[in-house]
Design a protein around this ligand. Structure first.
Ligand SMILES: C[S@@+](CC[C@H](N)C(=O)[O-])C[C@H]1O[C@@H](n2cnc3c(N)ncnc32)[C@H](O)[C@@H]1O
Length: 284
């Protein structure tokens, strides 16, 4: 693949998955803990944006209860709860669930939070919700497409009849085509508490595009006396396109499947971020 910026320099070495795995420092978002929110600059603002997008997609459906089955630190769950939905949340990572529980306590938001794998959601027993959602491209961390179908089936199993399954994802084949291997998320100023001094922290994603998966290294860089302090968390994600999610929803028996852009206001045409909606069963 040619590089539009520098034709002599390949930014997409097309590594195989085992080659990519050599660079993995962690495979679990739980390892990021509180650092996860720093990726967004202003996590509260992000909550509002994400919740508004999902709510737009749900606006024509009768939805009051929502299970966010990959809640992380609560970007979607908290935002939706603040919009008035009755939210339940789970995640595979105990650490992430603790972060969300603390936020709920501090902000006096009531969300029942559990540790649960979205491939079976067995901790939710026979509970069914008006909507089960997975946002933030969480399904892409799974090993393969078959596991994604398993996750969407279990989401559908916990959705009531005529309820909605929602998947918010990111199609990494789009930046792969653009040869975008470095993505500047932003810069944070870290003050010493008194405000007398502030030091910058750059937050950058370095990406290695493999054949079947992309490895994203969330990297935090700070100047220090003898050089740079670097903290990084590397995640391996499969490429999940809108067509993949639609196919997985069809295999899971969902109907009236529709794909939207990241804002939830327009039908999906192309782009990196998307929301796909499927109906559990039709009225008849
Ligand atoms: C990219 S984060 C997204 C979190 C949140 N939805 C957001 O958008 O900020 C992916 C989340 O999925 C969780 N996760 C990964 N595998 C999972 C699984 N098998 N079952 C449930 N959660 C899982 C991770 O622990 C992590 O919190």
């Amino acid at each position: 693949m040619s590089n539009p910026i520098n034709p002599f320099f390949s930014v997409s070495p097309d590594l195989t998955t085992p080659q990519l795995e050599q660079f993995i420092t962690t495979t679990d978002y739980g390892d990021m803990g509180d650092r996860f929110d720093d990726l967004f600059g202003d996590a509260r603002k992000m909550e509002g944006i994400e919740a508004a997008s999902f709510a737009r997609v749900l606006s024509s459906s009768d939805v009051h209860t929502i299970l966010d089955c990959s809640c992380g630190t609560g970007i979607q769950a908290l935002g939706l709860a603040e919009l008035g939905f009755r939210v339940f949340a789970s995640d595979l990572s105990e650490r992430m669930t603790h972060i969300l529980m603390n936020k709920c306590r501090n902000r006096q938001i009531s969300i029942l939070v559990k540790v649960s794998d979205f491939r079976d959601l067995q901790e939710w027993g026979n509970d069914q919700f008006d909507c089960v959602l997975s946002g933030g491209n969480s399904l892409s961390v799974l090993p393969d497409y078959a596991e994604m179908v398993r996750a969407i089936r279990s989401m559908a199993n916990h959705t009531r009849r005529n309820g909605i399954v929602l998947v918010g994802g990111r199609d990494y084949t789009v930046p792969k085509r653009r040869e975008e291997s470095v993505y500047a998320r932003g810069i944070r100023l870290i003050t010493d508490g008194t405000g007398a001094s502030a030091s910058p922290e750059w937050i950058v994603d370095f990406r290695l595009y493999g054949r079947d998966r992309v490895q994203v290294m969330h990297t935090f860089v700070r100047p220090q006396e003898d050089g740079l302090a670097v903290e990084r968390y590397a995640m391996s994600m499969m490429y999940v396109t809108v067509s993949d999610v639609i196919a997985a929803m069809e295999e899971s028996g969902l109907q009236e499947i529709e794909a939207y852009d990241a804002t939830g206001s327009k039908k999906y045409v192309d782009g990196e971020w998307y929301i796909v909606r499927g109906l559990k069963e039709s009225q008849n």
